[in-house]
Design a protein around this ligand. Sequence first.
Ligand code: AMP
Length: 434
Amino acid sequence: MSFSILGLDAKILQAVTEAGYTEPTPIQSAAIPPIIAGHDLIGIAQTGTGKTAAFTLPMLTKLAQLPPGSRRGTKVLVLAPTRELVVQIEENIRAYAKHLPLTVATVFGGVGEHPQIRALRSGTDVVVACPGRLLDLMGQRAADFSQLKYLVLDEADRMLDMGFLPSIRRIVQQLPKVRQTLMFSATLSKEIESLTHEFQRAPKIIQIGRRANPAETVTQFVYEVPKHLKPALLLHLLNDPKMEMVLVFSRMKHAADRVARQLEQKGIRCATLHSNRSQNQRLKALKDFKSGAVRVLVATDIAARGIDVDGISHVINYDFPMHVEDYIHRIGRTGRANAIGDAISFVTNEDHSELRALERFIGRGIVRKKAEGFNYTAAAPAYNPAEEDSRLTRGHQQHRQQRPARPQSSGPSRHPQSGGPSRPQSSGQSRWRR
Ligand code: AMP
């Protein structure tokens, strides 16, 4: 199928061609026509399926078709759970709207309010925002949504997980009742269904098969390793030149910092991504990683959720993930653009029950491997493992009690083929089974 039959504006089609897209992904073919026809829509699709363009392209088409004298003011509001996702959506919108005279602003916490307030007050056409900060700024009367026509709730399930529902409700209460509302979510849970009743009118439901499950397409290995040797094993693996672009996952923020410090001490430059870092630090970390200025990014699950970086050669689960969905998301970061990707999980004695639960979930065993040339018997920790162990254990227990909320790069890049077998996933199913 070609983009040209979907009813998109000619200038948007031109931008799509310039982005290198030759044909729409399944969610785009299914969602674009009903959105242009004015329907509310709920799209069940994951990141990586092309869902951002699925809602952006038709909305921009509708903005482009507004009569020239239409009143100024924000027409489109996109709500998304994390700053990274907000920036990613904004970059996509800018790329697709590059031949149109439209303005876009982003709103998220962790950076100064004033530029955001100025942008909102100028009546920017499209606002992409995290709910918390937007609500703050609406409280300061910075936003005028009286002309709003389109509301998008992206990653609605994640916004619910993160406790944003009360903020979203208060925002939506202040929007015009007559509007088109689009909602995207990775799963269609009861909570999402009740959200559609609350915010939408007779929505069309589009469910797109999951991308090929990374658990089936990415080469995965488990390295069993005593906890105190994890830093040395990581260093050993990173010395292999095939480890070109490596995303290392740790469970805790402080552990991510420590791992990065240890690597830097051994001359491996790396960046870190976690929620204690400022917005500018997070953006710089992603930029350095994408540009190849550093080849290792150490991240926590929350911060790395949904980031769209092409070309990651390896994912290393330095700490074994606590939830099956975290594992699937982590390893889905590699092999995304059909590159050959390897996912390596360090497994200590404490992780065996989680490993078994994961294997049950994905329906097969993961190959155990020994790292070639690594001395498993020599206790070679150049770092202070005792400190790491006790802090990790303490942190781990805390973490287990209060499962954190989760969250997400650059403009449009080449898309890993979407489609793949449909595998509806309830939220219960996606947790570890014990
Ligand atoms: P998303 O699911 O919105 O995060 O998109 C994932 C990636 O696919 C992004 O890098 C997009 O730029 C890219 N993409 C979106 N639509 C297409 C398309 N029709 N053809 C090729 N790549 C695409």
